[in-house]
Design a protein around this ligand. Structure first.
Ligand code: KG4
Ligand code: ZN
Length: 347
């Protein structure tokens, strides 16, 4: 079976083709994927402009689909199902992917399947050479979400804890902006942090001792703003690097401590890290070291599949279909999007 996956929830247009055997436990295989990032377009505005994002998805999605088909050597007519991101995300951006998926499904007389964006992130390590086994604790850290989940199987997600305010990626991005770094700030702040001292500034780690696997990052940006103001008009490169390193250390410590707490509470010995912030080197190093000490195995998606992509959407659809889960809609059924959609609602 061939499934085409389309991702358009935010500022990346992703398309991918995954092949799988129905009613089998053989892992699905990624045949080809293609991605267009809108980062350079939004950079001038310091963040994603939703209307520009939607229009660009319209421009990119069909050329990317053609690219994926050409790379895989498979014709459009061989596709058995079209999967697309239904939410959460920007409404207009989601409508583009969903509309194209429903139209392709109608034209080819094939079913379509709506996929939850975060389920895509969560299952993206199944695209790696060393896929995890169930059950596991998942740390889901992206621009819009910071959650710890207990995952017992595909479609069995229990929320253990989440952020009460900003997401981890948002904390990276907002702090980076205060430091004058380009959007999206996460990777830029991480790079600058490599030259800095993580103990130079004492920044808050709210809820660190709450005893629950929850997070709070909103206070961090206020603290960073205070430090930026104190540094004045022309901070030195070293001061900026020190503040970047201290900010990263505060975010990483919260993510690390709460992941360890979730592992302890559940008694599980496997951790899956997914979402854009999962690409952070310092987070990976610290999780790897702490988990190795505790006999916990950590799984990550391939670096290029940490941020948004079509492969994770096609993969999530394939894993669901293999298990007889998910509700593919027949061709011509229309479509809807869910800009706000909790992951545990898909169980
Ligand atoms: O999962 P993702 O691509 O999109 C959402 O669904 O939100 O995550 C994007 C987020 C952004 O906040 C970005 O700054 C952050 O992931 N990010 C990073 C790194 N790479 C991406 N944050 C810290 N360090 C990185 N290396
Ligand atoms: Zn995402």
């Amino acid at each position: 079976m061939l499934v085409l996956g389309i991702e358009s929830s935010c500022d990346e247009t992703g398309v991918a083709l995954v092949e799988f055997e129905a009613a089998s436990t053989t892992p699905p295989r990624l045949l080809a994927d293609a991605l267009h990032s809108q980062i350079s377009m939004h950079q001038a505005y310091g963040g994603v402009v939703p209307e520009l994002a939607s229009r660009d998805h319209i421009r990119r999605v069909l050329p990317l689909t053609r690219e994926v088909l050409a790379k895989s050597g498979r014709p459009l007519t061989e596709i058995d199902l079209i999967a697309y991101t239904q939410g959460p995300g920007l409404a207009g951006a989601l409508l583009v992917g969903a509309g194209v998926a429903a139209s392709l499904a109608a034209a080819l007389d094939r079913p379509s399947l709506a996929v939850h964006h975060l389920e895509g992130h969560l299952l993206s390590p199944f695209l790696s050479a060393d896929p995890p086994e169930f059950p596991f604790v998942a740390l889901l850290v992206s621009g819009g979400h910071s959650q710890l989940m207990r995952v017992d199987a595909v479609g069995s997600y229990e929320l253990l804890g989440e952020t009460i305010d900003d997401a981890a990626g948002e904390a990276f991005d907002k702090s980076a902006k205060l430091l004058g770094l380009p959007y999206p700030g996460g990777p830029h702040l991480a790079k600058l942090a490599e030259q800095g001292n993580p103990e130079a500034f004492a920044l808050p780690r709210p809820l660190l001792h709450s005893g629950k696997p929850d997070f709070s990052f909103a206070g961090l940006k206020t603290a960073v703003l205070t430090q930026v103001k104190k540094l004045g008009e022309a901070p030195s490169e070293q001061q900026k690097a020190d503040l970047a390193a201290s900010t990263q250390a505060a975010i990483v410590e919260s993510l690390l401590k709460k992941s360890l707490l979730a592992l302890k509470e559940t008694g599980l010995k496997r951790l899956v890290v997914a979402g854009g912030v999962g690409a952070n080197k310092s987070l990976r190093e610290q999780l790897n070291a702490a988990c190795a000490k505790r006999g916990v195995r950590v799984h990550y998606p391939e670096l290029n599949l940490c941020t948004d992509n079509g492969a994770m959407i096609a993969m999530a659809a394939a894993l669901r279909l293999q298990r007889g889960m998910g509700k593919p809609l027949p061709a011509g059924s229309g479509f809807e999007v869910r800009p706000r959609w909790a992951l545990d609602a898909v169980n």
